[in-house]
Ligand binder design. Structure first.
Ligand code: NAD
Ligand code: UDP
Length: 316
């Protein structure tokens, strides 16, 4: 008989979390989605509310949580610069206190726990592409530090809970991911450019647009997280999860203008402080241990993403 796992997803009403909820329900699990709705919304999971195996709880992870679960995916944390810089102290608290609370929960319930870490732990990297053994180049006192250092400290806590208490941990370093249900106003580059192109407004390139990123479609990323959770206990990560195809921000803008058939022009704006100049994951470890690599390239992933935003703007 297949025993349903009870799986907690913190930040489950957010962009990545809502896709992960769907996937884990499809796999036949009971899913408890916990979110304080800071950047996530009930609409993101509204289609799941009728499912008897899905439960939605409003809760802030900086406070303790007492539930009984078998696995925890810890995704709670605003991910876009606009949102994480809105209340930077709360951002650090969410990463650090949130990690302590969820690790405490994992310790009591003996649950396996996965941390949604980030490529931001590498800061503005001097090693390219980034491998997991690179320690990073992070400003501890800048405007991105609340997020970067919060996530770094969360990784430290995960590894100390393993060393000190023998917890079964998994750490994914997620690189820029995009897809339907990204917040239209969160300022991330893919959502910004698509919304601007659909409205016929100028696309806002920060700096000269030569900085690079690599963009992973959400379905590929969710698959990597599920595979990571299923790895043997000895494997903790950290493991890079992202798409190694690298694009300059200007190339991304041009691709989105072409795809949407927009008449928008490109406009340049000042580059924000500490904006990394290049970013691309080395995914050799994920290939080897998870047998995973992204299947959906940028052009393929942008199509459903554009369709989602088109529908959102039509309904607004
Ligand atoms: P998101 O903002 O859509 O989702 C984050 C969710 O966490 C939201 O639903 C928000 O309401 C919730 N949340 C925030 N603070 C909370 C708190 N104190 N208590 C409970 N819930 C809280 O962002 P996302 O893109 O879905 O990111 C999910 C996770 O993945 C984050 O931890 C993020 O750091 C990580 N990540 C994402 C990316 C990416 O490109 N999307 C890249 C690297 C890492
Ligand atoms: N960016 C841009 N125009 C925008 C939004 C972002 O040129 O309207 C740039 C931003 O400066 C950065 C890159 O796109 O160099 C990715 O930004 P995002 O906020 O999506 O993610 P992150 O910087 O965290 O990788």
């Amino acid at each position: 008989m297949h025993l349903r796992k009870r799986i907690l997803i913190t930040g489950g009403a957010g962009f990545l979390g809502s896709h992960l909820c769907e996937r884990l329900l499809d796999d036949g699990n009971d899913v408890l989605c916990v979110d304080n709705f800071f950047t996530g919304t009930k609409e993101n999971v509204a289609h799941l509310l009728g499912n008897p195996h899905f439960e939605l709880m409003r809760h802030d992870v900086t406070f303790p949580l007492y539930v009984e679960v078998d696995e925890i995916y810890n995704l709670a944390c605003p991910a876009s610069p606009i949102h994480y810089q809105h209340d930077p102290v709360q951002t650090t608290k969410t990463s650090v206190h949130g990690a302590i609370n969820m690790l405490g929960l994992a310790k009591r319930t003996k649950a396996k726990i996965l941390q949604a870490s980030t490529s931001e732990v590498y800061g503005d990297p001097e090693v390219h592409p980034q491998t997991e053994d690179y320690w990073g180049h992070v400003n501890p006192i800048g405007i991105r530090s609340c997020y970067d250092e919060g996530k770094r400290c969360a990784e430290t806590l995960f590894f100390d809970y393993r060393r000190q208490h023998g917890l079964n941990i998994k750490v994914a370093r997620i690189f820029n991911t995009y897809g339907p249900r990204m917040h239209p106003n969160d300022g991330r580059v893919v959502s910004n450019f698509i919304v601007q192109a659909l409205r016929g407004e100028p696309l806002t390139i920060y700096g000269d647009g030569s900085q690079t990123r690599s963009f992973c479609y959400v379905d590929d990323l969710v698959e990597a997280l599920v595979l990571l959770m299923a790895t043997p206990d000895e494997f903790t990560g950290p493991v890079n999860t992202g798409n190694p195809d690298e694009f300059s921000i200007r190339e991304l803008a041009e691709q989105i203008i072409a795809l949407t058939g927009s008449t928008s022009v490109i406009e340049t704006h000042p580059l924000p402080a500490d904006d990394p100049t290049q970013r691309k994951p080395d995914i050799s470890l994920a290939r080897e241990i998870l047998g995973w690599e992204p299947k959906i390239n940028l052009a393929e992933g942008l199509r459903p993403t554009v369709a989602y935003f088109r529908q959102q703007l039509d309904n607004a």
